[in-house]
Design a protein. Structure first.
Length: 136
């Protein structure tokens, strides 16, 4: 196990003009900082639009408790209309252990805009699979 004080959050954001074109975050041990920074810069450079700005931030995590979670499987559903697709997605999520409340909330966020302001959001929503509380 890696001691907590040896972990770092590395975040990269690349933009062209006022438009976000790439972003990523990694949590790594101190010996992986250089290679991770290079990986994220390479990611920004490989987009279809050349970045004008690439900002990399490195912060120690400190004593923040870390949890390792397993991501849900990726499932592709074909549906003739939006409501049918939403219902099918809700069933898949619920079979994976996600509560109906959280499944409905996730589908609502994807449909209406995931940002807290209701617009588009960079990155991912992280939410509790049972009570739908947003954790990001």
């Amino acid at each position: 196990m890696i001691p907590m004080n040896n972990l770092y959050s590395i975040r990269m954001r690349a933009s062209a003009g006022n438009r976000h074109i790439s972003g990523a975050e990694r949590i790594v041990s101190s010996d992986k900082i250089s290679s991770t920074v290079q990986e994220l810069i390479t990611r920004a450079e490989r987009k279809n639009v050349a970045p004008e700005h690439v900002v990399v931030k490195i912060d120690t995590i400190g004593d923040m408790p870390l949890r390792t979670l397993t991501a849900l499987d990726v499932v592709t559903l074909n549906a003739p209309e939006r409501s049918t697709g939403h219902a099918a997605a809700s069933r898949v999520l619920q079979r994976s252990g996600v509560s109906r409340k959280a499944a409905d909330a996730a589908i609502h966020f994807l449909s209406s805009g995931a940002a807290l302001s209701g617009g588009n959001m960079r990155g991912a929503i992280i939410m509790d699979a049972q009570n739908a509380e947003r954790l990001e």
